[in-house]
Design a binder for this molecule. Structure first.
Ligand code: FFO
Ligand code: GTP
Ligand code: MG
Length: 473
């Protein structure tokens, strides 16, 4: 793959639409486009000013393929930093393919995944973390993930990292300079200042590393498992939350066999709800597999909604055992998953009398260390309260404050490694190590900082990142 080729790709998704955009980038973009494009007013594309739009026809020889608009961007003033031409054609599959084929026959090659953005990076238009944010932005499907991607794309995180790297680089150079004057016993790097910087960097790194827990959740959505005995209304609840008949509901216990997952955004935060097979002892092999999967899903979930049937609770209370069966069950779940956020939900409260409701509430309130709610999945009672409760598990404060939140696991890894090196530097200072030894660890930390922004990069790293983009981006 060379970056001197002129590349072409659809910028809009495959399929028919009102308008489709085909994008060319590279040294021949203008000359190739001007051979295919004839302007209605006889202008030559190649001689037009940057950021101008022109009406004309795309022709294959004498044959008109389409009436289009061509937008030209001249290097370095474009998204990629190269000459770029965008052809907006009518969005028929046939026209799109014809124009792409024409471009290929006239000297373009197909762009690889992410290659436009890769070029923007290689030409210094954006740094690596900003390029990654472009991919996140396209993938974002909630207000939170969108906001995080926009923030990262604007470069706040990058500049924070770059600033630290520069300050550290400055000290590394001074310390290394001392080595050249070893006999004279001079200190160019003020040790007190240096200690201050290392303390500051340690703090910033720790804060960024901690933010990843939140960032990851906000970006990828929060997994919420809905569990409980068969027939308690788990699938009905899933459907109510999604506002769609997603899962089959029936009064036959054991209706849901496999887990069913879907995502929605509540208050701007993505939640991934997982409806599971009802837990019970069963002879049925398939149902048994489903139940095993239920437990796996609980492991992966961050929030567990434990649903039970309020009617049955009532029966057991009248039966004199005073709900002890449910309390035992709830205790079991709590002990098994001490770290999960657990919401205990009594479903089907529409069938209870007012007195019964009151008793139920009193019994549930007595359970320690858990949140409980009364719900009717069938007619929506308590659904809003459940959503509010779910949002309370999310640290949305982090989103509102303008602090940088790390969302990318590659950045997270690099930050952890950088911190490890900075800790070594700190230990070196404490042990009064000589400058040459300190410098080795500083250089290593600098390397990891540089990896985040792409100031240090290699083909393998770039390949991995951009291969995950879509073609045309
Ligand atoms: N039609 C179209 N829409 C698009 C893009 C695109 O490439 N084409 N983008 C691509 O993903 C995004 C916008 N990003 C862009 C970023 C920079 C430049 C650009 O021309 N930059 C020049 C000029 C800036 C100026 O006018 O001052 C530059 O940086 O020098 C264009 C698009 C989203 N919408
Ligand atoms: N009255 C009343 N009935 C409900 C409510 N929620 C669910 N049901 C009924 O309870 C029965 C079981 O509902 P499902 O949603 O299939 O239960 P499930 O927990 O998914 O059951 P399995 O998939 O078998 O584990 C159905 O007949 C529902 O209509 C509710 O809030 N009130
Ligand atoms: Mg079900």
């Amino acid at each position: 793959m060379t970056h001197t080729d002129t590349i072409v790709a659809m910028a809009t998704p495959a399929g028919a639409g009102a308008i489709a955009v085909i994008r060319l980038s590279g040294p021949e973009a203008l000359s190739i486009a001007s051979t295919l494009f004839s302007s209605v007013s006889g202008k030559n594309l190649a001689n037009q000013k940057t950021h101008t739009v022109h009406l004309g026809h795309i022709k294959d020889g004498d044959k008109i393929i389409d009436e289009v608009l061509a937008t030209i961007f001249k290097n370095p003033n474009s998204y990629t930093g190269e000459d770029v031409v965008e052809i907006s054609c009518h969005g028929s599959n046939y026209i799109q393919q014809e124009i792409i084929q024409l471009c290929l026959r006239n000297g373009c090659r197909m762009a690889q995944a992410g290659e436009f953005t890769l070029r923007a990076f290689l030409h210094g238009k954006i740094d690596l973390s900003q390029a990654e944010a472009v991919a996140d932005l396209i993938a974002s499907d909630s207000a939170a993930s969108h906001q995080l991607a926009v923030q990262q794309m604007r470069g706040g995180f990058s500049s924070e990292i770059k600033k630290l790297r520069e300050e550290l680089l400055n000290f590394a150079s001074l310390i290394e300079l001392e080595l050249d004057f070893a006999e004279e016993d001079v200190e160019f790097a003020n040790r007190e200042e240096f200690q201050k910087l290392i303390s500051k960097i340690t703090l910033v790194l720790k804060r960024l590393i901690d933010s990843f827990a939140t960032g990851n959740v906000l970006k990828n959505g929060i997994p919420v498992a809905i569990v409980g005995e068969p027939n308690v209304g788990k699938s009905t609840l899933l459907n109510a939350l999604l506002n769609e008949e997603r899962a089959i509901v029936s009064d036959i216990a054991g209706t849901t066999r496999d887990t069913i997952e879907d995502e929605i955004s509540i208050g701007g935060i993505g939640f991934r709800f997982i409806d599971t097979a009802g837990i019970r002892d069963t002879e049925d092999v398939i149902e048994g597999l489903g139940i095993r999967k239920t437990f796996e899903k609980i492991e992966q979930a961050q929030v567990v909604i434990y649903l039970f049937d309020a009617q049955k609770f009532q029966v057991s209370q009248h039966g004199g055992q005073a709900s002890s069966k449910f309390q035992v069950e709830i205790e079991t779940i709590k002990n098994k998953y001490p770290l999960k956020n657990l919401i205990i939900v009594a479903n089907k409260v529409d069938t209870l009398s007012e007195v019964e409701l009151k008793n139920l509430n009193i019994t549930l309130s007595a359970i320690e260390r858990s949140t409980h709610l009364l719900l009717s999945a069938k007619n929506g009672i308590g659904l809003k309260e459940l959503e509010t409760q779910l949002l309370e598990f999310v640290n949305t404060g982090a989103l509102r404050s303008n602090e940088t939140i790390v969302t990318n696991s590659r950045h997270y890894d690099a930050l952890l490694k950088a911190l490890e090196e900075i800790i070594k530097v700190q230990e070196g200072i404490d042990a009064n190590l000589s400058g040459d030894l300190l410098a080795i660890d500083i250089r290593q930390a600098l390397y990891y900082f540089g990896e985040i922004t792409g100031q240090v990069s290699n083909d393998e790293l770039l390949g991995n990142i951009f291969a995950n983009f879509c073609i045309g981006k």
